[in-house]
Every structure is written in structure tokens, then in C-alpha cells.
Design a protein. Structure first.
Length: 88
């Protein structure tokens, strides 16, 4: 049986998610469900970021990016924004 991770939403992530259009919210929620079983893959959608900021991992969901960290069995979601805004 695959290891299960617990996905935790931060208040900043929830605010970003609420600001997205409804169809984008649905896509993001569907994508983060996959983080419960494998927050490190698939390689085409997940990337480890350089630097010491929070959100050392990034998940690609069409034009949006989800920044998160993995601490033990917890996945902390920090931000979800358009790809042009997420790294500012």
C-alpha cells in the first residue's frame, strides 16, 4: 500500500484558491489530491525549487503553480497563483 501524506492548507493558499475562477479551483483541487500519495512526482508536473524560501516544491496545474513543502508525512501548501505571479 502506498504511503499516505496529509495535505495541509495554509490561510494564504486558501485565499489564493478562493480568488481563482471556479474551473481553475476544480483543476487545482484535483491536482493536489495526487499529492496525498506522491508529492514528489510525476517529474513533468513537480519540480524541486532552488533557494531557502518556503515552498521548496512546485506543482504545475496548467497556467497555475502550487508552492508547497514536504515535512515528514505532511504536505504544507503555501501559495497557488498564475505562473507569471508566483515567483515574485
Amino acid at each position: 500500500m502506498a504511503k499516505r501524506f496529509t495535505v495541509c492548507l495554509t490561510p494564504s493558499f486558501q485565499r489564493d484558491l478562493d480568488a481563482l475562477p471556479a474551473d481553475a479551483q476544480h483543476m487545482v483541487l484535483k491536482a493536489i489530491q495526487r499529492l496525498e500519495t506522491d508529492p514528489f512526482g510525476p517529474a513533468s508536473k513537480v519540480k524541486k525549487l532552488k533557494g531557502e524560501d518556503v515552498g521548496r516544491w512546485r506543482l504545475e496545474v496548467l497556467p497555475y503553480r502550487v508552492r508547497y513543502d514536504v515535512v515528514g508525512a505532511d504536505v504544507a501548501l503555501y501559495r497557488v497563483r498564475h505562473r507569471k505571479e508566483i515567483y515574485r
